[in-house]
Design a protein around this ligand. Structure first.
Ligand code: UDX
Length: 442
């Protein structure tokens, strides 16, 4: 079976490389020429554990990349993995998706049978629209949402919790068989396959992300009360999680969720409700709590110091979560923006080199953020970062912070104060060294 994957961003690249590892002949298609060149040399344009090794293993064997749509002529299955960013109103912007569909139309012949699989996160109704656009062609359209977590996306690709497949007509067994043969090794491992209609498959993706986001906003909101009344949110989460109906995952309170999925998907789901004249009360609140959380945390910092002007802070963590270079909707960056606006000096650090580089580039080249080298500094060394600061702010949940030499850190800082935005530090150890510790809800 020959497969092409359109879009070599996060989702597409992992899909292409993963399918190559399964033994399929895969062509990845992307409009970005530089990226394609880089990929054909076995160089990964994004940081994801294990991805470059797999890319190197298959490149120029059963995996190639190109800017041309020609290879789709020979493909049995075409995966659409283009980005669906947020538009100004919060809707998913489907421009890239529809432009890829147009290119497919220009390239394939009307008689050749093809399965077109939509992996991009798309609002309910999109698969139906794509089929309409291709109504004159001999194609089946399949919805196959992804559930990859950044940082462990390669692991997630090979160890999915479920495979969701949405079809136009469940009586038409042809595309179902083709999709099952692509993912046959998951069948062998008894991973659940959810075979359903387009709309259900599309909604499963949004429902899963919005539910997880709601869990986070719930615990984050509770953390504010915990803070006021002297409860410990970590113990609350732990005890709640002992009830298997609640589960212990995704209950770590902090400064909110970020990333390329949760914020955008929650907003896009809200729009889908509104477009159907339903007021999504709960999901709107999830979004609002998340937006407010960082401001609440900042107020905590401000209340402690009174005047922030001229204060120097070490912000430990730049990306939206550990082990990634992805700054999209990063809470750390949001906090840095607020701190800079308040006239503070920020020294930022992240363990991931590319996260540091991306931060520098973002602040250097974005005119609205032209702070770099003036009152924002990104450093390559954690100890350099904490030197002479008025406070340390933890913004990403790296366990590694606990393995650092905190005695050394205590000697380097100007004032021994920590704002742990992820409740990740060993509080007893830190307090013994004379630090004043401020967590989230504890
Ligand atoms: C998420 C979903 O997990 C994944 O299934 C989907 O396909 C894409 O969106 P990802 O964006 O990689 O994946 O991030 P995830 O690991 O889920 O974390 C999202 C955010 O929530 C991060 O900012 C993280 O710091 C935060 N988080 C997570 C918490 O604040 N507390 C937690 O307990 C867990």
């Amino acid at each position: 079976m020959k497969i092409s994957v359109i879009g070599t961003g996060y989702v597409g690249l992992i899909q292409a490389v993963g399918l190559a590892e399964f033994g399929f002949n895969v062509v990845g298609i992307d409009i970005d020429e530089t990226k394609v060149k880089q990929l054909n040399k076995g160089k990964c344009p994004l940081y994801e554990e294990g991805l470059e090794e797999l890319l190197k293993k298959h490149i120029n064997k059963n995996l190639t990349f190109t800017t041309s749509y020609e290879p789709i002529k020979d493909s049995d299955v075409i995966f659409l993995c283009v980005g669906t960013p947020q538009d100004r109103d919060g809707n998913a912007d489907l421009r890239f998706l529809f432009s890829a569909v147009e290119k497919i139309k220009e390239t394939i012949s009307k008689d050749d049978y093809k399965v077109i699989v939509i992996k991009s996160t798309v609002p309910v109704g999109t698969n139906r629209k794509v089929k309409e656009l291709l109504s004159e062609y001999n194609v089946d359209v399949v919805s196959n949402p992804e559930f990859l977590r950044e940082g462990i996306a390669v692991y997630d690709f090979f160890n999915p919790e479920r495979i969701v497949l949405g079809f136009e007509n469940l009586k038409n067994k042809k595309p179902i068989k083709i999709m099952e043969s692509i993912y046959y090794c998951f069948k062998e491992k008894n991973i659940p396959f959810v075979i359903t209609n387009w709309e259900t498959a599309e909604l499963i993706k949004y429902a899963s992300n919005a539910f997880l986001a709601t869990k986070l906003s719930f615990i984050n909101e509770l953390a504010k009360l915990s803070d006021k009344v002297g409860a410990d949110i970590k113990t609350v989460s732990y005890a709640m999680g002992l009830d298997p109906r609640i589960g212990n995952k995704f209950l770590n309170a902090g400064i909110g969720y970020g990333g390329s999925c949760f914020p955008k998907d929650v907003k896009a789901l809200i729009k889908q409700f509104e477009n159907n004249n339903i007021d999504p009360i709960l999901i709107k609140a999830t979004d609002k709590v998340n937006e407010e959380q960082i401001k609440w945390f900042f107020e905590k910092i401000k209340n402690y110091y009174g005047d922030l002007n001229g204060k120097v802070f070490a912000v430990l963590g730049l990306a939206f979560k550990p082990n990634t270079d992805d700054l999209r909707e990063s809470r750390a960056i949001k906090l840095i923006d607020i701190l800079l606006e308040e006239g503070t000096i920020v020294k930022g650090f992240d363990y991931v080199k590319k996260a540091r580089e991306n931060t520098i580039n973002m602040y250097k080249f974005d005119k609205t953020k032209a702070f770099y080298g003036y009152n924002l500094y990104i450093l390559d060394d954690l100890y350099e970062t904490v030197k002479d600061v008025d406070g340390i702010i933890i913004t990403v949940e790296y366990d590694r912070f606990n393995k650092e030499d905190w005695e050394k850190i205590a000697n380097l800082v100007k004032e021994k104060v920590i704002f742990d935005g992820r409740n990740i530090l060993n509080v007893e150890k830190i307090k013994k060294l004379g630090f004043r510790y401020h967590g989230v809800g504890r």
